[in-house]
Ligand binder design. Structure first.
Ligand code: F6R
Length: 243
């Protein structure tokens, strides 16, 4: 695993943006793996600035998001569909038809996971997958204990994750969905290049486990060690527990 230590989120974001911009120029219909959460926001901002400055044509770019809440209307402002539209599709000027988010509709969710993995495969696979990491080492919504070979599927959110995410739901845990649909760790590992971003001391333990710990479902992100092209970009605080 390649580890890059940066000064701040903007520096990390510009490394991501440059790699993605180069990819789009060499493969205009490339497939981006997208994440929600706070960690990728600077990267998306840098990428949209670069795309505008260099007049890069993004009209053919395709994308697949990592995860979505189950049973939440996609139009809800906190759905990951809305979040991806707001933070990625609109600022970059992507074609919304080409950007996919797992379908959390409860009536179809049991088949939706397999269909999503098939859609990624039919698109030729993900070229660059951006990832954040939870303080417990989760990637996507794959909490500790998730199979390292898992595909996209429905999962129960942990109490801790629901508490953490209550800030987006009027600080009311009762409004936070109890389930989600998430790409599996096996799905994520199929992407050709993984770029994981982590900032702040709260992520330091998880980053040390990910990069230097044993490969274990207790730290789902440690599966990155199985990948031949994984890049971890961290600030000094998130790197502080590395040896
Ligand atoms: C987001 C996702 C999550 C987050 C992780 C870190 O789609 O799947 O795994 O990447 O919870 O969140 P932030 O970046 O907000 O610290």
């Amino acid at each position: 695993t390649e580890v890059i230590i940066v000064k701040n989120q903007d520096e990390a974001g510009s490394i991501y943006a440059q790699r993605v911009a180069r990819l789009i120029e060499s493969k205009p219909d490339c497939v981006l793996g997208l994440a929600t959460g706070s960690s990728p926001l600077a990267a998306y901002r840098q990428l949209s600035a670069l795309v505008k400055n260099d007049s890069i044509d993004v009209s053919q770019v395709r994308g697949f998001a990592l995860d979505e809440y189950a049973g939440l209307d996609p139009k809800h402002p906190q759905s990951y569909q809305s979040t991806i539209n707001r933070t990625v599709v609109e600022p970059l000027g992507l074609d919304p038809e080409k950007i996919h988010v797992p379908n959390g509709n409860l009536s179809t969710i049991s088949e939706a996971g397999h269909a999503y993995d098939q859609a990624i495969e039919d698109a030729g696979g993900v070229d660059i997958q951006i990832l954040g990491i939870g303080t417990d080492g989760h990637i996507g919504f794959n909490e500790p204990g998730s199979s390292l070979a898992s595909g996209t599927r429905i999962k129960t959110l942990t109490e801790q994750t629901r508490i953490d995410n209550a800030r987006f739901f009027d600080d009311d845990i009762n409004q936070v969905p109890t389930h989600c649909i998430t790409q599996g760790i096996g799905t994520i590992l199929k992407a050709r290049h993984l770029i994981l971003l982590a900032f702040g001391s709260g992520k330091a333990e998880a980053i040390a486990e990910t990069v230097e710990g044993g490969i274990s479902s207790f730290c789902p992100a440690s599966a990155l060690q199985l990948h031949r092209h994984a890049t971890v970009i961290v600030d000094e605080a998130a790197a502080s527990r590395l040896r």
